[in-house]
Design a protein around this ligand. Structure first.
Ligand code: TPP
Length: 609
């Protein structure tokens, strides 16, 4: 820590926090907020979400016996104050850096993170699992899930509430309602929560508190029977959650520790058998004027302008995917469906059946959640949904949970799919132009995070032939078959190899599916060594090429062949270049691998299991 704090200096763990008198908790919260702003100004990361839950974090650790009581943060992007209070304040300036703290919750990082996250809407399911395990073990510890109004819009949260509501298992869900997601949250749930908020009770807190307090007590419940139910819904609203089987209380001011602490104590001491939901209202970015005001920033280029059948779909990431720009121009043709990737895909499939040309812009990592929808609703029916797959490959500070490692593998294995990977921004434009005309089957274009290499962009009419790669440079000895943006590294490797007297062909494969069989087989015949390179896991492009060559008997004739993929491990957050170094996919590693094979420095290692 950079500063001397009156309270925070002496607080390393929640057990220290619990020694502070209740009157001083706001001062602790103020110090946590100050420390968090100062740390994030150095490290970058999610500022607004954490600032909104500072008081909640203090109250939760004050009231509950963490880590025995299990506290689960949905997504985990708001967990920086939690990290400060749970033994990690001295490392808080390493957030999202190589070897530093993760920007999300992580089991391996702390016993105060009982369930890791980064993708949204998993907290209620995991909390219920832990609560059921406690019940089986006759443990009385508490389980608390904190979920935002954005994250609760996802199907998985409802699946969990449906299950929890029907069970007689005690768990506490805190609904953190700040009327914000990354962008504005969307959908009927948002309207519903707003209605609860505008109900008369929010400002008559004392009264509400009294009623909730009595409603939680066994004595009151036993006596009051139906009257209790009546009071609860009359005063606190929340009929939807009540109907799902939750004991609903709120909304209450999530920045007011004098209401948070007693409500949480009540919930903790309640003998209520079944899930409890406490709905709090907070302000995202609280205490930092820039973050309070900050809107999602814009990036990306939209080229889908001419064709009125083109529609855009995003799952709560309009800014991150660039769909906001399309949406500004064509508001009735852009759909933000909320954090609901599964729904987004099947919704796009529905649009496709009616002759529309849906572009579902979803990060590679988040599309994982919708795999059955991709297979069952899109691929099997061969519907022309276009997947714009952002954040392909390693992503840097967000680490392994956000890496786009698997899409080549999970999409290229599906019949009917066209799978493209852009090697630079000009190629990306051509691929998007090409995809407009793919009307009989699904297609996907993957591209990484970040800026392009600075090449001129082609016109909107420039297209490529499906299943055709391009030769970037012709050589004689080695053939590099590259898929995606490692192309620049391959070009550097080429120079390094040239210096060693190796003549290399470089191919931009463009397609993982369908493969350019003609070019690949011809090149296999003409070179001594073929090597594939991709920013994806094992089982992707390289495997398909290998399979083709094996089936056509090319190896029988003695071709040397290797694949360079991401390694079979999850790579932790770091600077992207360093991550690719760890993955062994930078230029010097490519040229070394090739030279070692050609000059026979590789030995065959046999590993005993
Ligand atoms: C499956 C999935 N899709 C998208 C995201 C990207 N994402 C991270 S945080 C977030 C918004 C969460 O909103 P909310 O739950 O209201 O929390 P807040 O940030 O407002 O505290 C989104 C969409 C994600 N983490 N997981």
């Amino acid at each position: 820590m950079k500063k001397n704090y009156q309270f925070l200096n002496n607080i390393n763990f929640p057990s220290d926090l619990r020694k502070v008198s209740e009157n001083n908790l706001q001062k602790v919260a103020d110090e946590v907020r100050e420390e968090m702003i100062s740390a994030v100004s150095e490290t970058g990361g999610h500022l607004g979400a954490g600032l909104g839950v500072v008081e909640l974090t203090v109250a939760l650790h004050y009231v509950f016996d963490t880590p025995n009581d299990k506290l689960i943060w949905d997504v985990g992007h708001q967990s920086y104050p939690h990290k400060i209070l749970t033994g990690r304040k001295d490392k808080i300036r390493t957030l999202r850096q190589g070897d530093g703290l993760s920007g999300f919750t992580k089991r391996s990082e702390s016993e105060y993170d009982p369930f890791g996250a980064a993708h949204s809407s998993t907290s209620i399911s995991s909390a219920l699992g832990i609560a059921e395990a406690n019940k089986l073990e006759n443990k009385s510890s508490n389980v608390i899930a904190v979920i935002g109004d954005g994250a609760i819009s996802a199907g998985m949260a409802y699946e969990a509430m449906n299950n929890a509501g029907a069970s007689k298992t005690k768990m506490i869900v805190i609904l953190n309602d700040n009327d914000m997601s990354i962008a504005k949250p969307v959908g009927a749930m948002r309207t519903y929560l707003a209605k609860l908020f505008t109900g008369k009770i929010y400002f008559s807190l004392r009264e509400t508190l009294k009623l909730i307090t009595s409603a939680f007590s066994k004595r009151f419940s036993a006596k009051a029977g139906k009257a209790e139910d009546f009071f609860r819904s009359a005063v606190t609203g929340g009929t939807l959650f009540s109907s799902l089987g939750f004991y609903y209380a709120g909304p209450i001011d999530g920045h007011d520790l004098s209401s948070l602490v007693p409500i949480l104590k009540n919930a903790k001491e309640s003998r209520h058998e079944g899930p409890i939901m406490i709905h709090i209202k907070t302000q995202k970015g609280k205490g930092y004027s820039y973050a309070e005001k900050a809107n999602d920033h814009y990036h990306g280029v939209s080229k889908f302008k001419k064709d009125s059948k083109i529609v855009g779909i995003t799952a709560a990431m309009p800014g991150g995917t660039g769909m906001d720009i399309f949406g500004k121009e064509f508001p009735n043709r852009m759909f933000d469906v909320g954090i609901a990737e599964q729904h987004a895909v099947t919704f796009a499939a529905g649009l496709a059946t009616e002759g529309y040309k849906p572009y579902a812009a979803i990060y590679s990592t988040f599309l994982q959640r919708a795999y059955d929808q991709v297979v069952h609703d899109v691929a099997i029916q061969s519907l022309p949904v276009r997947f714009a797959i952002d954040r392909a490959g390693l992503v840097g500070a967000d680490g392994s949970t956000h890496a786009g490692s698997f899409d080549i593998t999970y999409l290229s294995t599906l019949p009917n799919f066209v799978v493209m990977a852009a090697s630079d921004e000009a190629e990306l434009v051509k691929m998007i132009n090409t995809s407009v005309d793919i009307n009989d089957r699904p297609s996907a274009i993957r591209y990484p995070r970040g800026t392009g290499v600075g090449v001129d962009l082609p016109s909107i009419d420039e297209k490529i032939e499906i299943g055709k790669g391009r030769v970037v440079q012709q050589g004689t000895q080695v053939c590099i078959l590259n898929l995606g943006t490692r192309l620049e590294e391959c070009k550097l490797a080429l120079e390094e190899l040239k210096a060693k007297g190796v003549s290399t062909t470089l191919i931009d494969a463009r397609f993982a599916k369908p493969l350019d069989e003609e070019l690949i087989l011809k090149s296999a015949k003409e070179h001594e060594l073929m090597i594939t390179i991709e920013e994806g896991s094992i089982g992707g492009f390289g495997s398909h090429v290998k399979n083709l060559l094996a089936e056509r008997g090319v190896f029988d004739k003695g071709l040397k062949f290797r694949s360079m993929t991401l390694p079979d491990e999850f790579i932790e957050q770091d600077d992207p270049k360093k991550m690719y170094d760890k993955a062994g996919l930078n230029s010097s590693q490519i040229s070394k691998k090739i030279a070692d094979i050609l000059f026979q420095k590789e030995t065959i290692r046999v590993v005993k299991n």
